[in-house]
Write a protein that binds this ligand. Structure first.
Ligand code: HEM
Length: 497
């Protein structure tokens, strides 16, 4: 009798032969890149943190390199001008195929992050417009963020001067709440067990992919051949949980919504579904509802951990660089007299704060290789023919640490974003933490407002010191999709009591 292992191995071999020899892309003059193994390409040359390897190759081979992961061809761009040019081009605005990670799990793609073409454009345009209407960049958004900021400040005050070891988790809930208020009208309690449990499970499952060297992202058939070994079984459970969680508010909204008044994003989306008759539309019938489930999931996944992680880094930096914290607090006091909270309208008068946020986004580079794009058709770039389906990765980490672009990039120095007299904040074209071009982050306004309001109001209220009795990891990162700080403890001392 032929054993299951032999069948699986035969399948693996057949897969390798098919993908390597029968589906050769039509590279003509490919950009330079590292030599790899026959069939497998560069898979086993990757560090656990992929950006580390991409940065090493950028130094060796230049700003545009070609990498191969079995049958998958990738271009890695490590120059900000090239990243801007490529990502502004419609031919490079596709998305790498993430079908196995889609929330609906019916073999198709839904929502914004994973889709491309007309459905992506329709959903992205609608979501941007609605989120703007419901508050992005407006006073109402500020009100809902400030509600969370004040609650967080009260919680920290209650804790007294005991070390806080879970600031990231507290920030996460606060950030989820301000986003969820616009999306679904729901506000969670600080210790909401269901929400925390789901976030933890999803994070663990996805982090498992990274621990496995992200191989399954690039060599897809491994997922189907070895769902347990690759950790895909666990990811599926997390995806089903997440989809169920997103379905709940939709079911409630369907029962209570009224056509003449949209309470939030979910109401507006349901109304769009109800009025859509075009069978090709992303809002049509069942597809429309699946797109709503996934779009809520996208906003949750892309919008919460990212912002909370950036804020955690900022708290760590402030606790490690007390002189920078002092300058930050002095600017806050000079603008508000510490007699009122800071509001978004203070921003133009706070160049040091803007510089500190810019340096935090650069130095943490939490999404070090962004999200992979795909060439929608054969396209020439810089004299190279980039074949359709090539995956394109922007090496944001290298772009933010390139010594040709930044002076002393390894130092945390907000002053680099200031005029010599320190009075004017200077933007830098090479700072692109939200990526660039047609798929640039859709939540940048909300992320920037949240980072500004949380950090300024917390620093106005507290002196933040690093707890020397807690873990000391320098600025090391956890192994995860995002670059997250390893555990650290900080002490908050009330300065306005
Ligand atoms: C500090 C916080 C954040 C960072 C650093 C960040 C970074 C990014 C990056 C690098 C991308 C990939 C863009 C590309 O494909 O080239 C992205 C996409 C995206 N982000 Fe963010 N993001 C943040 C916060 C948010 C927030 C708050 C939201 C929503 C409320 C959000 C929603 C999205 C969505 C929906 C996409 C997919 C866009 C598309 O495919 O068209 N992000 N983000």
């Amino acid at each position: 009798m032929v054993s299951g292992t032999v069948v699986a191995l035969a399948g693996v071999l057949a897969g390798l032969v098919y993908f390597t020899f029968l589906r050769k892309p039509k590279w003509k003059n490919a950009p330079p890149g590292p030599r790899g193994l026959p069939l497998l390409g560069n898979i086993f040359q990757m560090d656990k943190f992929q950006h580390v390897t991409f940065c090493k190759w950028a130094k060796e081979f230049g700003p545009l390199i070609r990498v191969k992961f079995a049958s998958l061809n990738m271009i890695v761009v490590s120059d900000y001008k090239m990243a801007k040019e490529m990502f502004s081009h419609s031919s490079f605005s596709g998305r790498m195929d993430f079908t196995p990670f889609d929330l609906i799990l019916d073999g198709k793609l839904h929502g914004i992050i994973n889709t491309e073409g007309e459905h992506w454009e329709e959903l992205r345009r609608f979501t941007l417009r609605q989120l703007r209407d419901f508050g992005f960049g407006k006073g109402s958004m500020q009100d809902s963020i400030m509600l969370e900021v004040n609650e967080l400040i009260d919680l920290i005050k209650e804790n007294g001067e005991k070390p806080v070891d879970n600031i990231k988790q507290r920030l996460l809930l606060a950030v989820v709440n301000s986003l969820w208020a616009i999306c679904t009208g729901i506000r969670h309690k600080q210790n909401d067990k269901q929400l925390l449990g789901m976030s933890e499970k999803a994070n663990k499952a996805f982090d498992g992919v990274v621990e496995g060297g992200s191989v399954i992202l690039f060599v897809r058939w491994l997922i189907y051949a070895f769902p347990k070994w690759t950790g895909y079984d666990k990811i599926k459970v997390a995806l089903v949980d997440l989809a169920d969680y997103m379905r709940k508010p939709i079911i409630d909204h369907k029962k209570t919504r009224q056509d003449d008044f949209d309470r939030d994003f979910t109401d507006a989306f349901l109304k769009e579904i109800a009025k859509t008759t075009d069978p090709n539309s992303a809002f049509m019938g069942k597809l429309g509802e699946d797109n709503l489930v996934t779009t809520l999931g996208d906003l949750y996944l892309a919008g919460t951990d990212t912002t909370a992680t950036t804020l955690s880094w900022m708290i760590l930096y402030l606790s490690k660089f007390p002189e920078i914290q002092k300058k930050f607090q002095q600017e806050i006091e000079s603008v508000t007299g510490n007699t009122r909270p800071i509001s978004v309208s203070d921003r133009p008068n706070m160049p040091y704060t803007e510089a500190l946020i810019a340096e935090t986004l650069r130095f943490s580079s939490i999404a070090p290789i962004g999200v992979q794009h795909r060439a929608l058709k054969d396209e020439m770039y810089k004299g190279y023919l980039i074949p359709k389906d090539t995956v394109i990765t922007a090496n944001l980490y290298h772009i933010h640490f390139d010594p040709k672009v930044w002076t002393d990039p390894e130092n945390f120095r907000p002053d680099r974003f200031l005029s010599p007299d320190g009075k004017i904040f200077k933007k830098h074209d090479a700072l692109i933490p939200f990526s660039t071009g047609r798929r640039q982050c859709l939540g940048e306004t909300l992320a920037r407002d949240s980072i500004f309001l949380f950090s300024t109001n917390m620093a106005q209220r507290f002196d933040i010191t690093f707890d020397k009795n807690g873990p000391e990891n320098g600025f090391e990162c956890e192994l995860s999709f995002l670059l997250k700080p390893k555990r650290f403890n900080v002490i908050f001392k009330d300065r306005l009591a």
